[in-house]
Structures are given as C-alpha cells and as structure tokens.
Design a protein around this ligand. Structure first.
Ligand SMILES: [Zn+2]
Length: 501
C-alpha cells in the first residue's frame, strides 16, 4: 500500500480541530514534500521526521513522498504533526499494519533521535478524541495527566520505536491516570484590612455582584492588598469555567486550578503579554485571569492602546487574537480591579501631605483613563489612610473572609437562578426586570436622576450595584434604601473622562 491516512489535531484557541495527514508515495525520483503549511515549518518537519525514522532503525522509504495536511484552511502550527507524519510513512511503506492507526489519533513532536516529545494543545486534543471515542497516541511525558480526563484512552511512548512495537500489539496498554496536583492559591484574609469597614463592605459587594472596581487613593493605603483579598472572596469556579481555565493553563504549561486566579500584570508589560498574541498566538494575562481577578495597579500608567483592547473582553468575555491569517478566540471573563492615585503626586485630598498638582494637571491625569473603560466599572471607591489608632486596635478575628465568602456564594447563587449571570452583566430590560422596582420607587429614582443629572449609563451602574445590595439583604425587589446605598459609591470626581453626572 502506498497511500495512508492518519488523524491528528491542530490547536485553534481552546479547540483541537481535526486534521488528516494524507501520505502518498509514488515511484520516481526520491523526494519528500509536505504541503498545507508554511515552507519554513515544512522544512523543519521534514528533517525531524527523516532523522527520527532513520535513528530508530526503521527503513526510510525511498519514494517520491507527498504529505498533505487536510483541510488546508485550518491553522496549523507547532510540531505536533511530526508523529502523525512519521506514522503515516511507516503505514504507507508497510512497516506498520493498517490497523495500527484505526480509531486512533497521533500528536507529538519528534526528536532527531526518535524521541517523542509532548506537543502544545495536548489537553484539548485529549478532550476532542475522548468525545470522538478514539485512542490518542502521545509522548510519555505528561501523558498520565491527560489520562486523568474521564473516558480518555491514552497510549504513550518515550520514542517512535517503542510506540511502533505497542501499535503492533492487538491491545496496546493504555496509560494510567495520575493524580493531578491542583494549585491552591492563598489570598490574604479580610481581617488584614484594618480600620476601613467601608472598604471591606465595598469588596464584599464587588465580589457578590462580580462588579468591576476602581480604587482611587494615595500610595500605601493597601490597594494591592484589597484587590488580592477580593480574589479570595470569590466563589469556586463553575465546572465550565474550570475546564476553560484548565485548557488555557495547559497552553501556558501551568497546572489546573479550582480557584479564581489573581493576575496583576505590570503596566510596562507588552500588549501581547497582556492581551495575548506573539508568534504562537498564546493567551495573555487577561485570559489567565478568566473567572478571577485582573488587577491593574496604576491604571493611568497603562498605555491607552492596551486599555482600549480591554473593551472587547469586558463586553463579550472573550478575546480574539490574530496570528497570520488565522484568529484564535480565548475566553477572558475576568473581574477588573483597577487602582490609581487621585493626582500625579498621589496626595490630593490627603491630610498627611500637601498636594502641589494644579487642577489642570489633575484633569489631564484623569483623562488618561478612557471613558468607555470607566463606563464598564460599576463601583468607584476612594481610599484614605486609616487613623493610626485604628491600625493599632485589637486584631480582628483571623478568618473574617470565611463568613463573607459564604454570603457572596449565596448572592451569586441567587443571581444565577434569577437571571443566569452575575449582576455585573445585567443591562437594559433585563436589569429593570431583575430590579423589580415598585412604581413609587421608580418615580422617586427618576427624580433623583434628574436632580443629580446622572446619565442613563451611570443610572444603570447604580441600579446594578443596588441589585447586589438587595441580594446581600436577601430582598426580592430593589428598594429606595438599596438605591440610596448604591448612590453613596460616588463615581470619579468631575473632570474624569467618561464620567457624566
Ligand atoms: Zn497631587
């Protein structure tokens, strides 16, 4: 037989798209061509596959060999095609029986010595082959973790020759599942926030409704601490988000986790590192924060281009990363926590130090934050240094986060049952339905809006927060008291872009 077909997978975002390696051998001048991918990638694959076969003491077929990766319009990247191509050559040249590739897929990089190395996107390929009820042949390294996917059938080998020997068996041994070590992030407890009860309350509120949060305050008031405390208040990830995050972390070579992540990229990070991209279309920090907290400290220091890129994921919960002519979609549903100083020197409104910034400078400083981004942030809070007497007060109970975490989980459960999403994502009629205002409250709120000259967007932000306050109080409808409490979270002062009173 001089024709062979071998199944493999190509990574695109979090999916593993099916690819068939077609091998055709004909007599004529010996040659080896791989089509369906870039010239450079094809050259590399050819030299690895040829060396691996020869070093494994298998016979190199002296034919005119054409290899096609179908369908041709799928993105094809990485070295995972080495193994399926080598297997195809061995099948087509009769060195492997035709049943060897039946109901099986292959994914792996080959070393020049014939060693099989793990390929990127192996977890996604495992999930896909499990759904399709096929075996997946991969490198021994990392295979037990893949075998932990329920229902998966993984055949692993350290090198090409060992795999060929296994494939000649009627029933090759399957890899046994390993216990997967989960990372267990430890976040600071709420009790570490001393003497700032309104801050603690705001963090609970942000966690309960999933609201994006902007903290303004002088340096050293604990903005970073507050953001990481918030990550620790979030409920565990739901199964779907957990699986997406597992796939994302697999692409970055990280172990899976049950818990919301806390990511705090520096403002000097590149767009690719933050948003995703680079030559391999890898997910960025915003995707690694999927289901967790993305903390942007010194928000005004981030380049405007970066902040503008956040708008798409804030709206749709995913990001599109382009590479060559292909686009990769990665989930990026994160809770944004941003922090900034009130002015360039940081001490506007502070009792400790005098601020020398001119109103014009302060205005320009705040203009640095884009309006559309602020529009998505429901909660704006101003932090000030707690009095030293409060800092020296008796230590509060050590596990202050625990009861709050329970209340947050209850509120999230209520929101999921009522509208299928956290309050942060409520908009338009859905928001009004969820708030179930009485006609008297509605009339009163319209008058308040009129008096305070609040824009519709601003009004909706307050309503979302009021809905969460009502949820924390286990109230079915939103009342005047809840709206009052929501109005106390004043938005960025006058002059800030996008803030309309
Ligand atoms: Zn200042």
């Amino acid at each position: 037989m001089h024709l062979a077909f071998v199944r493999t997978r190509s990574q695109s975002g979090l999916s593993a798209l099916p690819v068939t390696v077609e091998i055709h051998m004909s007599s004529g001048l010996p040659a080896f061509q791989v089509v369906g991918m870039s010239d450079a990638a094809s050259r590399e694959i050819r030299s690895r596959v040829r060396s691996a076969i020869v070093s494994s003491h298998l016979k190199w077929p002296d034919y005119n060999i054409a290899v096609n990766l179908a369908p041709t319009d799928h993105p094809k990247q990485g070295a995972g095609f080495d193994l399926p191509i080598a297997i195809g050559l061995l099948l087509a040249s009769g060195q492997l029986p035709s049943e060897a590739a039946k109901d099986r897929e292959f994914l792996g990089e080959l070393g020049l010595d014939g060693a099989i190395r793990p390929a990127r996107g192996a977890l996604a390929a495992t999930l896909a082959t499990t759904t399709d009820q096929r075996d997946l042949c991969v490198a021994r390294e990392g295979a037990p973790q893949l075998a932990a996917v329920t229902g998966s059938r993984i055949i692993a080998a350290t090198d090409l020759l060992t795999l060929c020997a296994a494939l000649k068996e009627p029933e090759p041994a399957l890899t046994r599942a390993a216990h997967i070590p989960m990372t267990q992030p430890s976040y600071p407890d709420l009790s570490q926030i001393r003497g700032q009860s309104s801050l603690s309350r705001a963090l609970e509120l942000a966690a309960a409704g999933g609201h994006h949060l902007l903290m303004t305050g002088p340096p050293g008031v604990g903005k970073t601490l507050s953001a990481s405390v918030l990550a620790g208040l979030l409920p565990p990830l739901d199964p779907a988000t957990q699986e997406e995050l597992w796939l994302l972390r697999d692409l970055a070579g990280l172990p899976p986790t049950h818990h919301p992540e806390f990511r705090a990229p520096h403002h000097s990070s590149s767009i690719a590192a933050l948003i995703g991209g680079t030559a391999r279309a890898t997910p960025g920090e915003i995707s690694m924060a999927h289901g967790g907290v993305l903390f942007l400290d010194e928000l005004t220091e981030f380049p405007r281009a970066v902040l503008n890129q956040l708008r798409q994921p804030l709206e749709s919960g995913e990001i599109c990363v382009s590479r060559a002519e292909h686009q990769h979609r990665y989930p990026a549903r994160f809770q944004l926590v941003a922090a900034m100083n009130p002015c360039p020197c940081g001490f506007a409104g502070s009792d400790d130090q005098h601020c020398h910034c001119t109103p014009d400078r302060i205005w320009r400083y705040r203009q640095g934050v884009s309006g559309p981004l602020l529009d998505r942030i429901d909660l704006h809070i101003t932090l000030s240094k707690p009095a030293s007497s409060q800092l020296l007060s008796h230590r509060q109970e050590q596990d202050a986060s625990n009861p709050v975490r329970e209340r947050v989980a209850r509120a999230r459960f209520t929101q999921q049952a009522r509208q299928g999403c956290p309050n942060r994502d409520l908009a338009g009629d859905g928001l009004l339905d969820a708030c179930a205002l009485s006609s008297a409250t509605r009339t009163w709120f319209s008058e308040v809006l009129e008096k305070m000259k609040l824009s519709v967007r601003s009004a909706h932000r307050r309503l979302r927060v009021a809905r969460t306050i009502a949820d924390m109080n286990e109230s079915e409808g939103v009342t005047r008291e809840h709206i009052y409490a929501a109005l106390s979270y004043r938005e960025m002062p006058d002059g800030a872009a996008g803030t309309r009173y």
